[in-house]
Design a protein around this ligand. Structure first.
Ligand SMILES: C[S@@+](CC[C@H](N)C(=O)[O-])C[C@H]1O[C@@H](n2cnc3c(N)ncnc32)[C@H](O)[C@@H]1O
Length: 387
């Protein structure tokens, strides 16, 4: 029997969305558990959705503003697809899909509530829907994959269905497998050799991108990541998918490979028997122009929530990461060196004095991002940590 107040209306971005009443799905500790609700809506993922809307807006305005055909393939309430349609102001057709009958019903109601005639709700298995769109030769500009846990089972369909030069957004929330904390499920889903390490958030992004790149290469396609964010309990990557067998081979050669792992330190060979970790993505994970435009977009919004400021902060920081594709955990290095962990700012200065780039990543923690080798970082940690 339906509860009278089973759904409530919330505002997110420019959308009004019917979502499950969080009061009805609380754990014993009083925290809302979205997985218990009849349709999945997690307010904690608003940050992910702000970033995703800003990313799509930025990409479509930079790459020519043609009216977009987009697929929100695992839509839940439809909040993402509806926000894309309302906020990017550039969507010609938006397919909002979910395998659940109840999600389909609510997504359809939400489309009606927001009065958007460009969106349609469908009730299909995501891979089947994407394959059908491909078979029907529909030109699809953007595919969004936002599943429970791993996006791995949907990557091939998304990459194959999107047009050449189109965009794919993927969320993963299975951070333990993806980052190497649970290597066996990580190895199954991401077809990579993984292990515990001290830079799990970075590893998670690069393991996911490594799989996406290899799957794209199977189809003679190659990828260009335009925004890659690791925050809270998710990673979100947004990639452009391009065509060309030769470029796919050169992407594999230059941007996908193994890195060494010593103790828990990635990119270190400073031990007797370094292990191999990967294949992971080795190249840049963002495009500067896209991040700039996404920030401009967010600054111009009237979102009345704290996630807007966080999204802007994360993207500002991400801009500094371009060209600096190794991440080290200063606490781990200090432990190996037998010194106290030095202040991050002083390590950044030290690395820069050696002629390399260095900054902190867009996620919190005792990390340093650099193009220097482990040995150079170690030297700085040793000299500063023992002072
Ligand atoms: C994490 S929720 C989506 C949340 C939504 N994108 C948002 O931003 O609020 C994942 C959704 O995928 C749906 N789902 C799971 N497996 C699916 C499949 N194979 N095909 C289509 N939908 C699927 C579930 O019913 C669920 O609504």
């Amino acid at each position: 029997m339906r509860h009278k107040n089973e759904y409530i209306m919330v505002r997110e971005g420019k959308a009004q969305i019917l979502v499950p009443n969080p009061e009805l799905y609380k754990r014993a500790d009083g925290v809302y558990e979205p997985a218990w609700a009849p349709v999945f809506y997690n307010p904690v993922m608003r940050l992910n959705r702000h970033l995703s809307v800003a990313g799509l807006y930025a990409w479509s305005s930079i790459r020519g503003r043609r009216p977009l055909v987009i697929v929100d393939a695992l839509a839940g309430t439809g909040v993402r697809g509806i926000r894309y349609a309302l906020e990017t102001r550039n969507v010609r057709t938006c397919i909002i899909n979910d395998i659940s009958k109840e999600a389909f019903r609510i997504a359809r109601a939400n489309i009606r509530i927001n009065k958007i005639n460009t969106c349609v709700a469908t009730n299909r298995e995501a891979n089947a829907l994407l394959r059908d769109l491909k078979e029907a030769r529909r030109v699809v500009d953007f595919v969004d994959i936002d599943p429970y846990g791993t996006p791995a089972p949907f990557i091939d369909s998304a990459i194959t269905t999107v047009r050449r030069g189109g965009l794919v957004g993927l969320t993963a929330t299975d951070l333990a497998p993806l980052s190497g904390i649970k290597p066996s499920s990580g190895e199954r889903h991401y077809m990579a050799t993984l292990a515990k390490n001290s830079v799990g958030r970075e590893a998670a992004l690069r393991v996911l991108l490594g799989l996406v790149a290899r799957v794209a290469a199977i189809r003679d396609r190659w990828i260009k990541p335009v925004m890659s964010i690791s925050s809270r309990h998710f990673v979100r990557v947004v990639i452009e998918v391009l065509g060309g067998a030769r470029k796919a081979s050169s992407m594999l050669e230059n941007c996908v490979g193994y890195v060494t792992l010593c103790d828990d330190i990635l990119w270190s060979e400073h031990c007797e028997k370094p292990k191999l970790f990967g294949p992971i993505w080795l190249c840049d994970t963002h495009e500067h122009e896209i991040l700039d435009q996404a920030i401009n977009f967010l600054q111009g919004t009237d979102y009345e929530d704290s996630d807007k400021e966080e999204a802007i902060k994360v993207l500002e920081k991400a801009k500094e990461e371009i060209g600096l594709n190794k991440v080290f955990n200063l606490t781990s290095i200090a432990k190996v060196a037998g010194v106290n962990t030095p202040r991050r700012d002083s390590v950044v200065q030290c690395i820069r004095r050696k002629g390399f780039g260095a900054t902190s990543p867009h996620y919190p923690g005792p990390y340093i991002r650099t193009d220097a080798d482990y040995r150079d970082v170690l030297e700085c940690v040793m000299s500063l940590g023992s002072q």
